[in-house]
Design a binder for this molecule. Structure first.
Ligand SMILES: *[C@@H]1O[C@H](CO)[C@@H](O)[C@H](O)[C@H]1NC(C)=O
Ligand SMILES: *[C@@H]1O[C@H](CO)[C@@H](O)[C@H](O)[C@H]1NC(C)=O
Ligand SMILES: *[C@@H]1O[C@H](CO)[C@@H](O)[C@H](O)[C@H]1NC(C)=O
Ligand SMILES: *[C@@H]1O[C@H](CO)[C@@H](O)[C@H](O)[C@H]1NC(C)=O
Ligand SMILES: *[C@@H]1O[C@H](CO)[C@@H](O)[C@H](O)[C@H]1NC(C)=O
Ligand SMILES: *[C@@H]1O[C@H](CO)[C@@H](O)[C@H](O)[C@H]1NC(C)=O
Length: 895
């Protein structure tokens, strides 16, 4: 068991228990506290087929119409939703017959699985590739050209003791893509179609003492999303053993109110579940402890105790009890850098006559958030401007398979950028990611759906919306409702229903009512890229999430030749139409670029849609990094900020996107990954990183010069120089000659010298702020590439089998300066107890599989991701070699 705390009070309770009770309710074998949660991520066998070969389908789907003699299993899956459907009249009935399939070898213990792959979870079967490079492949650029489709089976044994069977045993799946069906000992026991859901199945009555055969079937349509969904058991899987009377799944909800410096009131609801065969009277008590920010562990000192409640729990029922308590001098949770992400843990104990039956921990924060229509977001009374990014769930070269260190690294880079908020676009993230945003102090908009009844792709969620939307929505909110970082629920992104006037709004109201019902303390919203201030859709929202419309869509001259909707900047009109609703930009910019790539001529405007003569090249699949070119519905950062600054009531923005992600490679669908990131897929900073940093960290002395200065074929040609800086005045020098001293005017956010003629040498900028010297920066024409340099994000890692180290290879000249155009082919090798699991370079057009040990540098850089082996410690040596260049070696210590 993995409790943060086992208070002395609990241990004394354990000693008091009467032994016959203990037997009846089986707590002795569950250890102190009465709850065991064990990861079952190892020892799986995996097999995949592209074609449906077993005839099993959840339901008819456009990609499955040709399956012969199909057996539809939906009636046996639907009852898994019942716990999350409020009206019992709408519960799905468990079919009285067994599914009409017989002798299915995949679910039998006798199956010879010796040729199945051994895998450890989290596992993404598609990420190894190879990428489809042909025209019109089965999985196209939108979904990352990777083999996500088809049927995957995962099998594993579960060993259960006789004592375990006296309690309840649950299978908890954090994420499985998708149409999951679970068999235990040849019996289909349930499943869950939506691939982003975390869900629980009760195994108790299907298990026997000894070995049990678990078999899980997944089935992915080839067109389920507009981006890379991943494939497989891509998040952790757990077995939870509890006594028959226990806190239900996600069975606590803690909220804070009347938050002040000297006190706050906490409200707690606990759901107690009884699967035993008799009615019981149980005691429910909950103590609150501080979480130590350094160790992440609960402190010893109890800061509050909720009044103990005694309740009757009828057999087979779930019963809720609530109570409230005041906390003195609370340490409040708030976002960095101005506040601190202080957390508390509530330890709930279910007991009968002093005998502890269950101990359940809930981590939460105490904070007060105001969603002010005129000022934006107030956190604990302080105005916090949202400096946010959108993030998809993939982790670059390791795909959708969740990894804690990979997620933490992303957040560290975003923190350096000045980000304080993340929109989980457009689906529920891994649970652990929200634990990181809680403890690292980020605000979160937690989002669940990219579509409702009207789909965006043939195989997306619209196929199952009517059966599953309520269960998915309530399940998602109950999972995430105690996270301090979550400030709003988004129950839709750019849904097609926003076009449908009243009819669309009716559905929005229905979903919004469920959001309100599950959590009356946080606002619900659904992002609008089309609905206008005079349309009904916005009325169904507590706060307005505006995608792109705030700063206008195709409204400036450079965009006038494009097809599509044209929208004037709408923040003021929304504010006027909805004076009581806070407004934020839930997607902004969609500026696109590839790191370190520059094309000429450069638009003199503040932005332009990318095309063949303007910032883009459809042969090389590259987009210029002057950070002025956008998707045809987008705007450069500079334009977004102008409208933000003209509309101070706007709470802030979530940029599309923080990191590049796999799939949706607008504008070049021959590529594999997106162009919209401020940071590329490998985690390398694009030039845009510094443009955003100059706005989001105004006190940081920084200046960043673009482009690089290696242009042997441009001598004498106009080569504009732009500088991203926190300064307000700057003077540029090329080989010592001034190009002019300029000031940032109102509503301009970069320094530009658009008439500079290229000559090799150096470019220097001297900057000033409030008339005083601020910072200087110089870039130089480099020499030829002569060697490699390797650096690591960390020098010691843990032998957990999950911990990662990220190695950056730079191609450098003899002075040690990165050669910005280098594309040498690099060979990686590793010796010692670790493995290279992926390499990358951030180039969206690189079709070399992520697992390859050979990787071309892109704009001078390449990356290798190294994973430790479980329980294997020692020294690891990583080597990078390239023809004609001096190799580089680095050591890593695995503890
Ligand atoms: C069940 O399938 C196995 C192979 O998976 C086969 O050997 C056996 O004969 C089958 N039994 C029946 C009753 O069909
Ligand atoms: C617990 O559930 C069982 C049936 O599963 C039932 O017989 C018993 O009355 C319930 N007790 C309580 C307290 O809910
Ligand atoms: C518990 O919930 C009930 C019903 O919602 C409410 O009336 C009561 O005030 C709550 N009690 C506490 C202590 O919060
Ligand atoms: C490319 O974009 C520029 C600037 O927006 C525009 O003037 C030009 O007409 C566009 N070219 C094409 C082929 O659309
Ligand atoms: C964008 O439009 C402006 C006029 O607003 C024009 O001067 C400029 O050349 C255009 N840029 C491009 C790349 O066509
Ligand atoms: C795109 O790149 C290719 C290959 O480098 C080059 O031949 C072509 O001229 C470029 N196209 C444009 C429009 O610059």
């Amino acid at each position: 068991m993995n409790l943060k705390i086992l208070p002395a009070v609990l241990q004394s309770l354990l000693l008091l228990g009467s032994s016959n009770l203990a037997e009846a309710l089986s707590v002795t074998n569950l250890g102190q506290g009465g709850r065991q949660r064990t990861g079952i991520n190892s020892n799986w066998r995996f097999w995949r087929t592209e074609q449906n070969s077993d005839g099993i389908i959840y339901d008819y789907r456009p990609d499955l119409v040709d399956v012969e003699n199909a057996v539809v299993l939906k009636p046996w899956i639907l009852p898994s939703a019942n716990d999350f459907i409020k009206d019992p009249a709408n519960h799905y009935e468990v079919p009285s017959t067994s599914p009409p399939i017989s002798n299915l070898s995949f679910v039998q213990a006798s199956l010879d699985e010796s040729d199945w792959e051994k895998v450890t979870l989290p596992h993404d079967w598609a990420i190894a590739g190879p990428f489809y490079t042909e025209d019109d492949p089965i999985v196209g650029g939108g979904m990352g050209r990777l083999p996500v489709h088809g049927v995957g089976w995962y099998r594993r044994e579960l060993t259960i003791s006789k004592q375990d069977l006296d309690g309840s045993i649950y299978l908890d799946i954090d994420g499985s893509m998708s149409y999951t069906m679970v068999w235990v000992n040849e019996k289909l026991i349930g499943g869950w179609p939506y691939g982003y859901a975390s869900f629980r199945l009760d195994l108790t009555s299907h298990l026997k003492a000894g070995d049990n055969q678990l078999a899980i079937r997944l089935d992915n349509p080839p067109d389920s999303a507009r981006w890379y969904p991943g494939a497989g058991l891509y998040r952790s899987v757990w077995i939870t053993k509890v006594s028959k009377l226990h806190v239900g799944q996600w069975g606590t909800f803690i909220t804070s109110r009347d938050v002040a410096v000297d006190s706050a009131t906490l409200d707690l609801v606990v759901d107690v579940e009884n699967t035993s065969d008799s009615d019981r009277k149980v005691d429910v008590s909950t103590n609150v402890y501080e979480v130590d920010a350094q160790t992440g562990k609960a402190g010893k000192k109890r800061v509050a105790a909720f009044p103990k409640k005694s309740i009757e729990v009828a057999k087979g029922e779930k019963t809720s009890t609530n109570s409230s308590v005041e906390v003195k001098n609370p340490r409040l949770w708030g976002p960095l850098p101005t506040q601190a992400p202080n957390l508390y843990v509530a330890v709930t104990i279910i007991s009968i006559e002093g005998r502890v039956l269950d101990t359940y921990e809930t981590t939460f924060g105490i904070r007060a958030i105001t969603y002010d229509p005129d000022q934006g977001l107030l956190v604990n009374g302080e105005h916090v401007r949202i400096q946010g990014v959108n993030e998809h769930h993939d982790l670059g070269g390791i795909g959708a398979a969740f990894n804690l260190r990979a997620a933490e690294r992303k957040l560290e880079i975003l923190h350096e950028l000045g980000v304080n908020a993340i929109r989980m676009s457009h689906n529920p993230p891994a649970r652990e990611l929200l634990e990181l945003t809680d403890s690292m102090g980020f605000l979160v908009i937690d989002e669940i759906f990219d579509c409702w009844e009207l789909g965006k792709t043939d195989g997306d969620f619209h196929l199952i919306f009517s059966d599953w939307h309520e269960a998915d929505l309530r399940n998602f909110m109950r999972r995430d409702r105690n996270h301090a970082s979550v400030i709003a629920w988004s129950f839709g992104n750019e849904v097609t229903e926003q076009h449908n006037g009243e009819e669309g709004a009716v559905l929005a109201y229905r979903l919004h009512d469920m959001v309100r019902d599950e959590d009356p303390t946080r606002p619900g919203t659904s992002s609008m890229n089309y609905a206008k201030p005079d349309m009904p859709f916005g009325h169904a929202m507590d706060i307005l999430s505006i995608n792109y419309q705030g700063s206008g869509i195709r409204d400036t001259p450079n965009y006038s030749n494009l097809q599509g909707i044209r929208t004037q900047p709408l923040y003021p009109a929304f504010h006027e139409a909805f004076p009581d609703k806070m407004i934020l930009g839930s997607e902004t910019a969609s500026t696109i670029s590839t790191r370190g790539t520059f094309m000429f001529p450069v638009t003199v405007n503040s932005g332009a849609p990318v095309n063949e003569t303007s910032g883009g090249n459809s042969t090389t699949l590259q987009v210029s990094a002057y950070e002025l070119y956008t998707a045809n519905f987008g705007s450069p950062p500079d334009k977004v900020w102008m409208y933000d600054d003209k509309s101070p009531f706007v709470a802030g923005e979530f940029v599309w996107t923080g990191f590049d992600y796999i799939g949706e490679p607008t504008p070049y669908y021959d590529a594999r990954s997106s162009y919209s990131g401020i940071i590329d897929l490998a985690g390398f900073k694009k030039d845009r990183f510094y443009l955003y940093q100059s706005r989001w960290r105004p006190d940081l002395p920084m200046a960043h010069i673009i482009p690089h200065w290696n242009w042997p074929n441009r001598v004498g040609d106009i080569t504009p120089v732009h500088v991203f800086s926190t300064a307000d005045e700057a003077e540029l020098f090329v080989n010592g000659e001034s190009q002019g001293r300029i000031q940032k005017d109102e509503f301009t956010y970069r320094f530009r010298w658009d008439e500079v003629k290229y000559e090799p040498g150096n470019v220097k900028v001297k900057t000033y702020k409030n008339g005083k010297k601020w910072i200087e920066e110089t870039i130089r024409t480099t020499g030829a590439a002569t060697k490699l340099r390797v650096t690591a994000d960390r020098t010691t890692v843990d032998s957990t089998g999950e911990d990662l180290a990220y190695f950056t290879v730079e191609v450098i000249d003899k002075k040690g300066i990165v050669v910005p155009t280098a594309d040498n082919t690099i060979q990686f090798s590793v010796s010692g107890p670790a493995d290279i699991v992926a390499t990358d370079n951030g180039n969206p057009a690189d079709m070399n599989a992520f697992g390859s040990l050979e990787r071309k540098a892109f704009s001078g850089l390449a990356l290798a991701i190294v994973r430790t082996r479980e329980g294997k410690t020692g020294n690891v040596i990583i080597k990078a070699e390239a023809d004609g260049l001096q190799a580089a070696v680095i050591h890593l210590r695995v503890n």
